[in-house]
Structures are given as structure tokens and as C-alpha cells.
Design a binder for this molecule. Structure first.
Ligand SMILES: Cc1cc2nc3c(=O)[nH]c(=O)nc-3n(C[C@H](O)[C@H](O)[C@H](O)COP(=O)(O)OP(=O)(O)OC[C@H]3O[C@@H](n4cnc5c(N)ncnc54)[C@H](O)[C@@H]3O)c2cc1C
Length: 421
């Protein structure tokens, strides 16, 4: 790759020895060209790179509702920043306080608000990225609508860093909503919480969040977060609604009616912002909290069509019995995204074998009912051996050909997603 004759992808101005360092901010891509060259990113296999210096929010075009951001910006910093413009960035992974926009795009992160607003891919207008040969490219459509030839933005989103390195992104934003209310309901079983989620959506209501967690999560939360639940509670359902104050009030009333008909053990409405924050902090702390149950947490995040969540939570319950393994379940019930955490000890080989068998059966069943192996965490290394269950061999081969075309030397996250990459 040559250093001369480069033009900034954003402003088209030629990049020279003298001006490259000033090409930060809106014209940030030049900085990365330099950065990548300096660090000889393309020179070897098993390359490392750092996003440490790609941590700037470049600009927010409030009228166009687009934020331009470098890939290393922490998600919650970006969320807070755009709020100053009365805008908001809906994707809200529970890891928002430590994950980055680049990582979110690479994994197509989901999160708590996806039931209403969708996942990361719904918000990426375009990206500036670098391919495995060191070519910087800009993808996307920056107008409200538009037609790309091949939709390369979508190809890169969720590709887990295996096709290109994302340097910058143009992120679509939404107008802030006026109001929010959260309600919580304890049920005896996970099936009942799942059923409530199905009924809420089936009745035409589209809450901001519908989350559920099982009794093991409740015990953990009691132990580590000091939150008490009724003694016979088998699950907790959290539902949050946003919109204008009138819309919120109406939706919450309708949701309460639906839930009351299912005879919850307890139903309550968060009275103020503090109550609300406490519930969502509890939910967001769940993943790290349950890690304390056992030294090894094997976390799967299957996703099934909404109507099949009650079936799937029962199926997981049966696996727990049959294989005598400890499973902790929570998830984004409104998306059909169930986080299934097998808790064990790394030295317990017998149990790990049983977990493997249970996992295989769970994936088979997930695909059989029309679901997918991962709702948001991606395939990575651990799920690659199961990829064929969902895609079939010919599609796995097609994906391998795409990977090979973009990264012939297999230097971008080698060994991830595709079994033979
Ligand atoms: C406690 C906890 C809660 C979580 N909750 C959620 C949730 O609610 N929803 C959800 O979807 N996920 C969740 N996750 C998973 C994870 O946080 C997300 O997938 C997140 O998007 C990863 O972003 P990151 O910046 O941490 O990326 P990393 O973990 O650093 O990287 C993830 C992958 O993306 C690649 N990558 C990172 N940056 C780039 C880039 N700029 N260009 C190309 N490839 C890149 C990396 O090589 C790696 O393969 C959670 C994780 C934890 C630990």
C-alpha cells in the first residue's frame, strides 16, 4: 500500500505528509490509513490491532439524525452524547458501559431495547473500514433512503471482524421519547413469564423492553444485589414502555390487564426514576453476577420465533433434568432471545461432556422450531461446529468463499465463525 495519492474518504481532500495528522475529526479515516500502515497491520498472520486511539465521537448531524463516530468509542458514551441533541441511539447491549461501537457493529449487538427498535444493523448508515489487503473503503447510504449496489455495509455488520476492520461508522439516531414506565411481575414459572411476553406482543403492544429471568437469577440477584423476591417466585418479567406520556399510560394499563389475567405472584409499577434505574441495573448486572455461581459459565444465546419461547424454556428445563446440569436462564423475551448459561467447573470433565450433549440437542431443537443459534453474541469459535445445523453444508461453503475473496490469507480473526477458515 502506498502512502502517496491518498484522499480522505469523507472530504476527498488529498492526504499528504503535512496534513495527515490534522485529518482527525470528521475526516478521521486518514488517521487510520496512517495508523494501519504504521503498525504494519497487513504484514503477518495472527495480527493484533488496537482501537485505543479510535475513541472520538466525530460529529452529530442532528438534522440528518446521524452521528459519525470512531470505532473505539464506548457505546454508553455515545448514547449519552447524542442525548444532548435530544436524540437517542436505541441499541442497548447490557455491556454498553464497556463495549465499543466497532465491537457492536462487528457482532451486530442486540440488547434490551431491540424488541421495539431493532438491533445494531438497523442503525448503521455506513462504515469506513479496512480490508485484509489494507484497502480503506467507505460503504453505505447517508440519505434517509438509498440503494447500494452490493450491500457491503450489511455484509460487514455481524461478520465478527473476519471480513474487515471497522474504523468509523455513521450511526442513525432516533428522536428522544418523552416518557418511560417500567413494570415488574413475578411468576411461578419461566413458562408463565414467556407466555406473558407472547401475549403482550400478540395484543399489538410494542414495549421498549421485555426481559425475563429464572429463579436461579433471582437467587443470585438476592445474594449479590440485595433485591428480594417472593419466596415462591420462579421467574421475573420486566416490561418497559416508552413514548408520549399518554401513549405510555395507555400501554402500561393494557399490559397490566394482560399480566393480571395470568395471575402473577406480584405485579408492580416502578414509581419513579430511581425505582426504574434499580430494576435495569439489576438486569444489566445479571451476566457478571451469575458468573459467581460457578467458575465456568458456558453462555449460549439461542433465539426462537416469539411463539416458541414457552416451548423452548420448557425444553431447556427438560435438558436440565435429563443431563443433570446446572442451567441459569434469562433473556430478551420480547425478541425470543434466550440466554442459556450452563454453570460448571473447568475440571469437571464428566459434566462438561453432558453440557456438550445438552447444547447440541438445544441447538437442534432451536433450528427445528425456526430459530437461530445466536440472537446477538455471534458464532465466534465455540459455536462454529454447530453452524452446519443452521446453514447446511452448501451455505457454509458459500460463506467460506466470501471469506476467502475478502481475506485470502486469512489474517482477519482467523479461526472464527467458519470451521475451515
Ligand atoms: C456482561 C455482558 C453483557 C452483554 N450483553 C450483551 C447484550 O445485551 N447484547 C449483545 O448483543 N451482546 C452482549 N454482550 C456481548 C458483547 O458485549 C457484544 O457482542 C459487544 O457488541 C462486543 O463489543 P466489544 O467492543 O466488547 O467487542 P470485543 O468483545 O472486543 O470484540 C468482539 C468481536 O468483534 C471484533 N471487533 C471488535 N471491534 C472491531 C472493529 N472495529 N472492526 C472489526 N471487528 C471488530 C473482535 O475482533 C471480536 O471478534 C455482553 C457481554 C457481556 C460480557
Amino acid at each position: 500500500m502506498r502512502k502517496d495519492n491518498l484522499a480522505c474518504l469523507m472530504c476527498n481532500e488529498e492526504i499528504t505528509e503535512d496534513n495527515w495528522a490534522t485529518k482527525l475529526g470528521f475526516c478521521g479515516s486518514a488517521h487510520y490509513i496512517e495508523y494501519m500502515m504504521e503498525h504494519r497491520l497487513w504484514s503477518s498472520k495472527n495480527t493484533d490491532y488496537s482501537q485505543e486511539h479510535m475513541d472520538k465521537i466525530l460529529t452529530v448531524d442532528a438534522a440528518a439524525r446521524i452521528g459519525y463516530v470512531q470505532a473505539g468509542v464506548v457505546t454508553s458514551d455515545f448514547q449519552k452524547h447524542v442525548n444532548k441533541f435530544d436524540l437517542f441511539y436505541p441499541p442497548d447491549p447490557a455491556s454498553a458501559d464497556f463495549s465499543t461501537i466497532g465491537g457492536n457493529i462487528a457482532e451486530c449487538a442486540g440488547g434490551l431495547t431491540c424488541v421495539k427498535y431493532g438491533v445494531t444493523k438497523s442503525y448503521v448508515a455506513g462504515i469506513i473500514a479496512v480490508d485484509a489487503r489494507g484497502n480503506v473503503f467507505k460503504t453505505g447510504v447517508y440519505t434517509p433512503w438509498g440503494e447500494e449496489s452490493y450491500d457491503l455495509t450489511s455484509l460487514i455488520i455481524g461478520s465478527e471482524g473476519t471480513l474487515a476492520i471497522i474504523c468509523e461508522a455513521a450511526i442513525r439516531l432516533k428522536e428522544m421519547q418523552q416518557d418511560k414506565r417500567t413494570l415488574s411481575a413475578f411468576f411461578s414459572t419461566m413458562n408463565e413469564s414467556a407466555h406473558a411476553a407472547v401475549l403482550i406482543l400478540h395484543n399489538g403492544l410494542v414495549p421498549l423492553n421485555i426481559e425475563f429471568m429464572d429463579s436461579e437469577c433471582l437467587k443470585t440477584v438476592e445474594r449479590y444485589a440485595g433485591v428480594t423476591s417472593p419466596p415462591d417466585a420462579g421467574s421475573l418479567l420486566l416490561v418497559e414502555v416508552d413514548g408520549s406520556t399518554e401513549e405510555v399510560e395507555e400501554s402500561i394499563e393494557r399490559i397490566k390487564v394482560i399480566i393480571e389475567k395470568l395471575s402473577p405472584i406480584e405485579l408492580s409499577l416502578a414509581e419513579n426514576e430511581e425505582d426504574r434505574d434499580r430494576l435495569w441495573k439489576l438486569r444489566k448486572s445479571l451476566s457478571p453476577s451469575i458468573s459467581r455461581i460457578a467458575p465456568l459459565k458456558i453462555n449460549e444465546d439461542i433465539c426462537v420465533p416469539l411463539s416458541r419461547i414457552p416451548h423452548m424454556v420448557d425444553f431447556i428445563g427438560k435438558l436440565r433434568e435429563r443431563y443433570q446440569v446446572k442451567i441459569v436462564v434469562f433473556g430478551h423475551a420480547g425478541d425470543g432471545n434466550i440466554h442459556v448459561n450452563f454453570m460448571t467447573h473447568p475440571d469437571n470433565t464428566g459434566e462438561i461432556e453432558r453440557i456438550e450433549k445438552a447444547t447440541g440437542e438445544m441447538f437442534e431443537e432451536t433450528v427445528r422450531v425456526g430459530g437461530t443459534l445466536s440472537g446477538e453474541h455471534g458464532i465466534g469459535i465455540t459455536k462454529q461446529k454447530y453452524l452446519g445445523i443452521e446453514l447446511g453444508e452448501s451455505l457454509v461453503r458459500l460463506e467460506s468463499r466470501i471469506k476467502h475473496a475478502l481475506d485470502p490469507d486469512d489474517i482477519l480473526n482467523p479461526g472464527k465463525i467458519l470451521p475451515d477458515s
